[in-house]
Structures are given as C-alpha cells and as structure tokens.
Ligand binder design. Structure first.
Ligand SMILES: Cc1cc2nc3c(=O)[nH]c(=O)nc-3n(C[C@H](O)[C@H](O)[C@H](O)COP(=O)(O)O)c2cc1C
Length: 367
C-alpha cells in the first residue's frame, strides 16, 4: 500500500494522536493502517524500556485516546464502533474501522493543537471559580480530580514533590532513563522525540549543569555532598509557583485506572487550555509511590519512601495520586516540544510486519 492510498480520516486521527503528551515526550505508540482499520499500538522501539503496563505508558495512552475521541466527535466520526482491547495483553489499545461518513471537518480542534506543557513560572493568583468547577466536576471511570487552591495545601504538596524528587535523584535507573531522553542541541531536538532542554525553562547555567549531571557517576558522587537535596528543593520551590495544584486520584490502581487517569489528564488539560490556564505535570510523586508498591525502591531509600507514602495517604485520604499538576496563569509563553514525523508513526500493515520481523531477528526472540 502506498501512502497516497491512506484516506483523510486516518491522517486526521493520527494527527490528533501525534499531539498527545507522553512522559519525557517518548511517544510510545504507532498507528497501523491495514486498509480497513486503524490500530493504535504500543511501539517496542520507543516504549520498550518501560514496557506497556508501566503507569507512565498507560497514562500517555489514556491521553492519546482522549485526543482521538475528542477529534472524532468534532469530525462526526462514530466512536461506538471502535473495538477496544487490553493494551497489556495484546499491545493494541483500539482498532478503528472505516467511518460510515466522510469527515465533517478536516481541521483538528484548535484546543488539541494549543495544549502543551509549560515549565516556566506561573502567577500565584487563584484560578477563576468557573475553571475550578470545570475541573472538579470531571471524572473518568474510577479516576477523579482533586484541586488544591490554598497556598498552604500547595506547600504541603510541594513537600511531597521534594521528598519524591530526593528519591528520584538518588535512583540510578530513573536517572539513566531521563538522561537518555534529554536533547541538548537543536539538531538532537529536531529528531522529534525526547525532552528538548530548551523546553525545561532552566535558569542560566542550567543546561550546562543538566549535561554535566546526566552522567550517573557524577550525580552519584555529588549526591554524597547532598546534590539530590538541592535539586529536589529547586523542584519543590518551582511547584509552589502556581495558582493551584491538581491531583488525579483513584482508589483503584490497576491498568484501567491509569488509562482512565490518562484520559482525565488530557481532558482537564484541554479544559485548562480553553480557559487560558497553563499546566505542568509532575509524575515524580506517583512514580515513587508506585515503585514502593511494586518493590522497586532501593533498600537504602526505603525509609524515605515509606515516609512519603504516609504523608501522601493523609493528604489524599487513602487514595493514590496517579498524576499531579501545577496550574496557573503563565508569566511567559512556553517553548513547545516537537514530535516525531507522521511518516515514522503511521505504518501500513506490510511495513509493520517487516519491522516486527527485523526486531525479532535482532533480539533472536520468537515472533
Ligand atoms: C505520563 C506523563 C508524565 C509526565 N511527567 C512529567 C514530569 O514529571 N515533569 C514534566 O515536566 N513533564 C511531564 N510530562 C509532560 C511531558 O514531558 C510532555 O507532555 C511531553 O514532553 C510533550 O510535550 P507537550 O506536553 O508540550 O506536548 C508528563 C507527561 C505525561 C503524559
């Protein structure tokens, strides 16, 4: 199948999915079109390090699904015919059949194009009442929104961010993953995936420091002098520069809960964008609490992780925070991150089979 044969509805939905947020801009997905159906699949080459059941991956797929559904509704594509499957079991989230009717519009909803991460300072002004109620009335499955408007509550959350960041900066595995996703030059950023350091709103010298500390051996050496405490303090201080904090919480923490939280994340992010309120997600708290549950915290860090979990239980009334966001009026516009080209995200069935075989040959694993 040649690309000229790919119909407009496929281009349209892929364009909506491509703009979705993902942890460290990893974009762990691909879109496979077999001439009849568009499948949204996990991509081993970009998400393999984490795996398709990792909470960060499930959150990103949830956000992607929300973008697809909102774009579909705008173009009058009937989503009731979409066939969902378990990402964990099959590696495929949804199969979308050819729509009954031509697209009602070919332009994506403007809000999907406008949504982005802003890591710069926000005003400490309270959010408008209608924005807060537009957020807190939303839920998806078992995931719902908890908003923290008082500075006192935001400071308490910032303490959790500080503790979680202290753990993160001392964890080799996370450090290496983050370091591997950083893009320091314009050329590296132009590849379209990973974290462009220009989007991180770093202070003067911050880019140099990030590059220097990206080697774990240096970070580990400086940690003996307390570097992790300083970096975590900076992260927590930035968290308090907000009009409000928002947590997506749930009693359930299974795969579905993370997917639902991902949908909710994107939905509230789009709502905030419509209300001209900037957003900055913080995954560090959820990640550390998850690691504690799954036994991945190094033994020397266990007591701090337990302390973190105890404080979190009190603040979130025994629910698990699946994602945290700092929100508010941005003092300046953010530098936007790039995306992989559509051509490398959208594959036809024949190309998908070919690259799967190549992957299996390389890893010597049975297909
Ligand atoms: C699951 C998930 C976790 C994220 N965690 C963080 C985070 O801890 N810190 C951060 O600055 N951005 C975080 N982000 C934002 C992504 O880095 C961002 O969405 C991605 O780089 C694409 O940029 P965009 O949101 O501007 O389109 C996260 C996004 C997702 C979906």
């Amino acid at each position: 199948m040649v690309e000229a044969n790919i119909p407009p509805w496929v281009w349209y939905l892929v364009a909506a999915g491509r703009l979705s947020p993902s942890a460290d801009n990893s974009q762990p997905w691909r879109f496979v079109f077999d001439g009849q159906r568009l499948s949204v699949e996990f991509d081993e080459t970009r998400g393999g390090q984490l795996g398709r059941t990792h909470p960060a991956v499930l959150l990103a797929f949830g956000a992607l699904l929300e973008n697809l559904v909102q774009a579909a509704r705008a173009a009058k594509i009937d989503t009731s015919r979409w066939e969902f499957s378990s990402l964990a079991d099959t590696g495929c989230l949804v199969r979308i059949p050819v729509p009954d009717q031509p697209l009602a519009q070919s332009e994506l909803p403007a809000v999907i194009c406008a949504r982005h991460t802003n890591r710069g300072p926000f005003e400490r002004l309270p959010l408008p009442k209608e924005t807060v109620s537009a957020l807190t009335t939303q839920r998806e499955g078992c995931a719902f929104v908890q908003a923290f408007a008082e500075q006192e509550a935001i400071s308490q959350l910032a303490q959790l961010v500080r503790l979680a960041s202290e753990l993160r900066f001392q964890t080799e595995e996370i450090h290496r993953w983050l370091a591997g996703s950083l893009r320091f030059t314009e050329e590296e950023a132009a590849r379209g995936d990973g974290l462009d350091v220009a989007t991180l709103a770093l202070p003067p010298g911050g880019k140099w420091l990030s590059r220097f500390l990206s080697k774990w051996e240096r970070m580990a050496a400086l940690n003996r002098l307390g570097a992790y405490k300083l970096l975590a303090r900076i992260e927590a201080a930035q968290f308090t520069q907000a009009g409000a904090a928002v947590a997506l919480v749930s009693k359930d923490v299974g795969d579905d809960a993370w997917l639902e939280a991902g949908r909710l994340l994107e939905r509230i992010w789009l709502t905030l964008t419509e209300h001209k309120i900037a957003a900055h997600p913080y995954f560090v708290l959820s990640d550390q609490l998850w690691r504690l549950r799954t036994g991945e915290i190094p033994p020397n860090l266990q007591p701090t992780a337990e302390r973190l979990a105890q404080k979190a239980r009190a603040l979130f009334a025994e629910r698990m925070p699946l994602m945290l966001l700092r929100v508010g009026r941005a003092r300046q516009p953010a530098k936007r991150s790039q995306r992989l080209p559509t051509a490398s995200l959208l594959v036809t069935k024949a190309r998908a089979q070919h690259s799967k075989e190549q992957l299996c040959t390389r890893s010597n694993s049975p297909c």
